[in-house]
Each structure stands twice: as C-alpha cells, then as structure tokens.
Design a protein around this ligand. Structure first.
Ligand code: GEK
Length: 251
C-alpha cells in the first residue's frame, strides 16, 4: 500500500481536494489513516448487504472509489448470485477498481460506471450504500438523491449511509474535532499535513449533523433508522424501507 504524503510539503496555494490519479495511488492508505474504523465499517456493511440482499434485485454502491466495499462484498457473497452497480465520477478510481476486480471469480456481477451519482438511475434495489460521499454533494442536492434512493428501494430494502459529521453544540463539535486530529496524529500525519488537508477540503466536503441526516431520511420516506456505528465526528447509519403492514417501533 503506497503511503499518503500528498500534503507533507508546504503547498502554495493548497488547491481544492480532487480524487485524481495522485490521490487514487495512495487512497487505501489515506482512507485507512483518515476514517476511524474504516475497515470495520466496510466489513460490517458487506455483511449487512449479504443479509438484506434479495434475489433478483440490485445493490448500488454510490461513490464506490477503488472498490473496497465491492471486494469485501464479493468475499462475503461467495457463490451466492448478486448484481451490483458501482458508480464514481473519478475515472482513475474506476480504473483502479476494474483492475482489482479481475482477481475475483464473481467480478462479472459488478457493473462499474463512471458518472455523477446524481445521474444514477436507482431501480429494484434491496441495498444502497453511500459511504462518505453524500458529504461531497452540494447540500441543496442531497434531498433529491436520498428521495430517489428511497423510491428505488423495494420494501425491506436498506440504505447504508456513512458520513463525516458535525455537532450542533459548539463545544462538543470542538471536542470531536480535537479527537479527530489526535487520531490523525497517532496515525502518523504531521500538523502540516492535517492543516493542509483541512484547507483542501474546505467547501469541498461539507459535513452535516446526525439530526439533519435523520430529518432528510424521514422526508424521503424512511421510518426505520439506526446509528450502528459512531466515532466522534464519523457515523454509519442504516435505514430500512418499511414493508407494508409491518410494525415500526417498540412502544
Ligand atoms: C469507500 N465509498 O471506500 N458522483 C460520483 N462520485 C463522487 C461524487 C459525485 N458527485 N462526489 C464524490 N465522488 C468509498 C469511499 S470517497 C470518501 C468514498 C473520501 C466520489 C469520489 O470520486 C470518491 O471516490 C468518493 O466519492 C468519496 O467506502 O475519500 O473522503
């Protein structure tokens, strides 16, 4: 795994962050050292996908990057047939994903598409994954995507959403960020790397609060949701599309 040293030297100016070839070359190291619990999240999501997948339906991975979820899913599904559409608007990411898939016997089950996730037609889905990617869409366009996901899911289908988040309470928000920078330092990033990456992501990655995510999912139609993973300013949620006539919550 090639080490991420993209922000290790002073950059003048620090350009807005892009998922270009340079980033793709170090992506696995970057995401593992920047997202707390990343491997655990992918592992459990692959298990959730295997559990909730319904025969003759589709899985969607929106913002699939170089395929960490897809690869884990292939392992989890084993011989079980499935169909997945994986989309990302970075061509270098899709190329890297395609290369990795060649080593898997069920690779033909995954269709890779290089496009904006806002243009992906979501139909007959039992699982939709959107991991650390909604945060890159303009806020005004997020409702529409989550609404289309809800519509494209069959009853009993799930949305798996992971995001970097913020807190409404300023002091708690500060605390989350402090612990996040601690985590990055412990993973070998210098003060300069941390601050230049933060500058590069300014206005590119726009986090929201858990409450806002919940409200958006509720507006889209979801009535059943859970936060199954939370680490300071990162969270992974599951939302289930209700099956008609099935109860929602315990009284
Ligand atoms: C993982 N889910 O390994 N349309 C399509 N792709 C997009 C868009 C868009 N509008 N905006 C950003 N991307 C992955 C990790 S990384 C998260 C996701 C991160 C893509 C972008 O090219 C990149 O590959 C991915 O979303 C975000 O679980 O590195 O912060």
């Amino acid at each position: 795994m090639k080490q991420d040293d993209i922000f290790s030297k002073p950059l003048k100016p620090v350009e807005p962050f892009e998922f270009n070839e340079t980033v793709v070359n170090v992506f696995d190291d970057m995401i593992s050292r920047s997202v707390p619990g990343y491997r655990e999240i992918i592992h459990r999501q692959a298990q959730l996908a295997e559990t909730f997948y319904q025969p003759n339906t589709r899985i969607y991975d929106l913002g699939c990057s170089n395929g960490n979820f897809g690869i884990r899913l292939c392992e989890e599904m084993g011989k079980k047939p499935f169909e997945m559409i994986a989309a990302d608007n970075s061509m270098p990411m899709i190329d890297a994903y395609r290369k990795r898939l060649q080593n898997f016997s069920n690779h033909h089950r995954i269709t890779l598409t290089c496009c904006d996730i806002q243009n992906v037609n979501i139909e007959n889905a039992s699982v939709v994954v959107i991991n650390f990617t909604l945060q890159y869409l303009p806020i005004a366009e997020r409702d529409d995507l989550v609404r289309r996901i809800y519509k494209g899911l069959i009853p009993g289908g799930i949305l798996l959403l992971s995001e970097k988040i913020m807190h409404m309470d300023n002091a708690l928000d500060q605390l989350q960020q402090e612990f996040y920078y601690r985590f990055k330092k412990e993973n070998g990033y210098s003060e300069l790397e941390i601050s230049q990456k933060r500058d590069a992501l300014e206005n590119v990655l726009i986090p929201e609060t858990i409450e806002i995510h919940r409200q958006r999912m509720t507006r889209a139609g979801f009535t059943r949701m859970d936060i199954w993973h939370k680490w300071f300013n990162f969270t992974s949620m599951i939302a289930v599309k209700k099956v008609k006539g099935q109860g929602e919550s315990r009284q």
